[in-house]
Design a protein around this ligand. Sequence first.
Ligand code: CU
Length: 482
Amino acid sequence: MRFLFPLLLFTASAAFAHVGSPDVFFDGSAGPYRLLVTIRPPVVVPGVAEIEIRSSTPGIRQVHIVPLPLTGPGARFAPTPDLAKPSKDDPQFFTGSLWMMASGSWQVRIRASGAEGSGQLSVPVPALASRTMTMQKGLGALLLTLLLVLGVGAVSIVGASVREGQLEPGLLPSAERIRRSRVVMGAAALLVVLAVWLGNAWWNSEAGNYGRIIFKPLQLTAALEPGGALRLRLSDPGWLRWRRVDDLIPDHNHLMHLYVLRLPAMERVWHLHPEPAGPGELVQQLPPMPAGAYQLYGDIVHQNGLPETVVAQVNLPEIPGRPLAGDDSAGAAPPLSQADPARTVTQLPDGYRMVWLRDPGPLRARRPVLFRFRLEDSAGKPAPDMELYMGMPGHAAFIRDDLTVFAHVHPSGSVPMAALSLLQPSGPHAAHRMQMSMSASGLPAEVSFPYGFPKPGNYRIIIQMKRGGVVETGVFDARVEN
Ligand SMILES: [Cu+2]
């Protein structure tokens, strides 16, 4: 029985870039067309990635898609692209599936053409085996029955051929023939058992090989040092040879973006940027924090563009701390017990407010949506003095109340900017062509994030925008239905 179900042994959680939120969302321009792209990477590799593309620019006629390695020579020579299928109901919506043949950092190149001409964009996608498919119990039972029938059948055919193969019709086999056939059947049974045993060994060794490539996230340990510094250590649990802890590249100027949430109520949140302190080590000078338990989500990007989110929990005494500096920021919200999914306005400490421009209707799991937010002054006018915060009009984090989902998303989507810049060395591209309320500085007071919740439940959304040198942190709650 064991050889039919050895793969049940390997079930790891699907957590790599982001936590519990493997789908990739991207809002960008392919030449004249603004596209909202959703890529659902395969859970096994090789496996099939599902691609959905919606154009908000009319006139699109054809969409071609092709997978390529993110970097290296393979990224220069594209195979023949596939044609994505237009939807019957919506001519601006296209779907397709692509095979991802190896683990690693990939991109999906999308070429759109139509009335406005043509253009292309690329979306980085990590392809990592996150689990092993398990065999269905019914199929297993069926295969086991077939194996028994085959084995017993083979043995009895061999026996019958020795016993009766050369017998004239109507005659009974002699005692000698019966004895010989029993000996041969015994030998045949041994052979069948040996073949099954070898098959089992082969299967288990294949499963073992696959088990080794299943993604294991880097581990994070956090320890408080005298003086209120938090030391973060990355360690590799033993995964693919190419993964290292000392090959991090900066993502909008920081090696790590660390979200710190006070547990269990998530009523305080910090967005911090630890400094490198040796291979696989980072140090963060903590701001003033009350004693308690804290959840840490650290976003990092490897040299090859592969993003990871490392997770840890830490108990801290009261930290007198240093004032926030640089890009570090903090926010406050009602405790989770008072979460209100109907609230669309966050009143900010300086009189400004952040408004969630929600579409009517419930939020649904696995449905990509543009989440739009506007920063207003106390008179309700769009904030006039918007600035980029770490090179972006805004930063969003989507967190499920049980901490099983964490996604750090930007206006261009859930792809880390460091991976994007490996594709487009000219820097972040035109993801923010927002024809919305522009402030005096030319930056819109409105920002949008493409995202889809991976599963139903209650979520907290943390939105950060910067104006007049101040990072404004708005916290919203969402109830997501199936
Ligand atoms: Cu960010």
